[in-house]
Each structure stands twice: as C-alpha cells, then as structure tokens.
Design a protein around this ligand. Structure first.
Ligand code: PLP
Length: 396
C-alpha cells in the first residue's frame, strides 16, 4: 500500500524482543533471570542523578545548541585527554541521544548502493541493519574464537576493495567481550593508513570494561588516521545510564558539520538535564565506575567457570565488556533454538549468537550484568536443562 525506501532491508536488535518476551513470561508468573539485555543492573550514581534534578530546578528546560552545551563538550575533551593522553577539540564533539545515534549517522553518511562497509561479525546488530538499510554491501570481518574474538589486521587487508567506504571496529566488543591488542591495532592502522579514502568508525563504548590487566587502545591515539576517524562513546554503560539516552562522538573536521546537520534534522539537541548530568558523571568521583567494573570482574569468573563446568559448553574468558560468548556446538543445538527454549522452559533469557551475525552460529551470549545470585541460579538451571535433554536423547 505504501511505498517506503529501504525499510524492507532494515533489521533490529533481538535483545529488545527477548526483553519483551522475558517481561511477558514474568508477568505470567515465570521466575525469569534476564541475562539477555546488555545494560548494567546498577543505579546511576546519586551525584549524577542530583545534577539532573538541579538542572531541572535551575530552569534548563529549553533547547540547547544542536552539538550539545559547551561545558559538556569541554568535559568530554578533558576526559579524553585525562584518560588517554590524547587531545580532542571540544568543537568536534557532538553530543547525541545515545551511542547508537553515531553509528546511524556514520553509516548513513557512507552507505549507498555500490559502496562496501566492513563490520565485525559477530558484532552489534545495528551495524549490519543500517548498512543493509542504506543499500551498501555488508562485508563481515570475521572474529574468531581462537583469537579471543580480536580483529586480525590481515583479515581486514584481504577484505578491502576500491569500493570500501567505511570500516567499523569495536573493541572491547559486543557480543564477544573480545579485546583487540595493541600490536594488532598498530598493524590495522598501518593497513588503513594506506587507504585515506576509507572512513573509520571506532565504537569504544566499553572502553572502561577491561579485565586481566588488558589496556584499552583508542584509535584516537593514531594521528595518521585522525582526519577520518569517527569515535563513538557515551555514558550508557560506564555510568549505568542506558535510559538517559546520552552519548558522544568525536568527528573529524571534514565530517563534523554533516553530522551536526543530521542532528538538527533529526532531534535538534539532546535532553538538557541529561547533558548537565553528563558533566557531573565525567567530572565527579569515579569510584562507582571502579566498583562496578570490579563487580563485573567477579561475575565474569563466576559465569565463565560455571559455563565451562557444564557438559557440552565451553567459554574462553572474555577480556572486556560484560558478555560471555559461550560455544554451544557440542550440545547439538542450533543457537537460536537453544536460547528461545531456555527462556520458555527455564526462564533464563540469553541471546542466540546468530542475532549478532552469521558468524555467531554455535554461540550464545550471556550478559553478566546481573547479580551473582542470579548468575549462579541461571547456571544451575542451564546445567539441569542440558543434562535432562542429554538423558532424554540417550534413553530415546
Ligand atoms: N555500541 C555497542 C557495541 C553497544 O553494545 C551498544 C549498546 O548495547 C551501543 C553501541 C549503544 O549504546 P547506547 O545505549 O548508548 O545507544
């Protein structure tokens, strides 16, 4: 009846469908443990909430400049310099309603029929969905379990063509927790330095979620690619602020104004009190962030050990983010079927690997952003479920 453009190709994020199903089962009386959705189960720290309340009381009720309020853009630049030792121009900081918006803008800017865009597979599903939407050709960069799901520079080199317009990178990564180490990033930058016609979107939203002494290597630290690097980051994960819808990007000078115009066309500016809260987050005490990451580390050990103790499952310890990407191939199940049966029969919500790309078959993602009690209970249910199915299969 209607003619629309590209909407037969746009995808979505199955984590939200799983969340809706989990909520429905809970409402129907099932005891649900949600290890599906990727959001910290902590409250936003109190001083950040207070800053938003104060902003409302102080009368920050109107539009702000489209790129964000000046003190927030300056706070972002100062935070980058403090944490990474790299200079960022506050004039190139664009405040956005959530990190996702930056990938939307970048992919819209470079995607069109005939163009190729490289994205991590398995990876955050919106990359692929938006690439498809623009009509560009999606080219998956394979992330392999044997390499800890890190990007391999030689894989990228082999995938570049004269049609490549944009490459998307994400370390620490969702859904794998993989962290690409510095030597590999050096090699990758070496490859990309040869191709000044390709833009780079570096999604570093999990940059503070690192374990086992791993370091975060920001692509902002490589001057040879700064003129085409789009950095994606935000407050959602680090400060447990997923519902506030607050993120930022650092755009290269040649692209900033295009992104600003997209902002003006789409949402005008970000919610004003949330922006004031963002300043409090960056400039205030960071102990809540450290405590949260410490707790995630303890949960990580619990879930990885627990998964490895279950017959048919294996899980290499992820070095970053808050996801365990477990190999389920020895169970004989297809990943999506296992994830949905687990939810319906045991109340444990997880996400099947194929929801993150074709290379995700054989894996299930567990978000360990849930209490240790919940994780322990989920592991018990999972073990019992697989055990009972194994017994049924053996006795049949
Ligand atoms: N990038 C990655 C890799 C993510 O996992 C997520 C959220 O899950 C986002 C970006 C989006 O973050 P936000 O909620 O700030 O839009």
């Amino acid at each position: 009846m209607f003619t629309t453009s590209g909407f037969d190709r746009i995808g979505e994020e199955n984590a939200f469908a799983v969340l809706a199903r989990a909520e429905a089962l809970k409402a129907a009386g099932l005891d649900v443990i949600n290890l599906g959705i990727g959001q910290p189960d902590f409250r936003t720290p109190e001083h950040i909430v207070e800053a938003a309340v104060k902003a409302l009381r102080d009368g920050h009720h109107g539009y702000t400049p489209a790129p964000g309020i000046a003190p927030l853009r300056e706070a972002v630049a100062a935070d980058i310099s403090r944490r990474h030792g790299v200079e960022a121009d506050p004039g190139l900081v664009l405040i956005v309603p959530g990190g996702k918006v930056t990938m939307f803008m970048a992919i819209l800017m470079f995607g069109e029929p005939g163009a190729e865009i490289l994205y991590p597979d398995p990876g955050f599903p919106i990359y692929r969905s938006m690439i498809d939407f623009t009509g560009a050709r999606p080219i998956g960069i394979p992330l392999r379990e044997q390499r800890g799901f890190a990007v391999a520079a030689e894989d990228v080199a082999g995938l570049l063509t004269d049609r490549t317009r944009l490459i998307i990178l994400n370390s620490p990564g969702n859904p794998t927790g993989g962290v690409t180490p510095r030597p590999e990033i050096d090699a990758l930058v070496g490859v990309l330095a040869e191709r000044p016609d390709i833009a780079i979107l570096s999604d570093e939203i999990y940059d503070q979620f690192l374990f086992d002494g791993c370091e975060h290597v920001t692509l902002l630290g490589y001057p040879e690619i700064r003129d085409r690097l789009i950095l994606l980051n935000g407050w959602s994960k680090t400060y447990a602020m997923t519902g506030w819808r607050l993120g930022y990007a650092i755009w290269p000078e040649g692209l900033f104004d295009k992104a600003r115009k997209l902002a003006v066309n789409c949402y005008s500016c970000v919610n004003a009190p949330a922006q004031w809260a963002g300043i409090a987050a960056l400039e205030g005490p960071q102990d809540a962030v450290l405590a949260m990451v410490g707790e995630f580390d303890r949960r990580r050990s619990l879930i990885v050990d627990g998964l490895n103790a279950i017959d048919g499952l294996s899980c290499a310890a992820p070095h970053g983010a808050f996801y365990a990407f477990a190999n389920i191939t020895r169970t004989g199940w297809r990943a999506k079927a296992l994830a949905s049966t687990l939810l319906e029969e045991t109340g444990v919500a997880t996400i099947g690997g194929p929801d993150f790309g074709d290379a995700g078959e054989g894996f299930i993602r567990f978000s360990y952003a849930s209490s240790r009690e919940n994780i322990a209970a989920a592991l018990t249910r999972l073990g019992r479920f697989l055990d009972s199915r194994l017994q049924t299969a053996t006795s049949a």
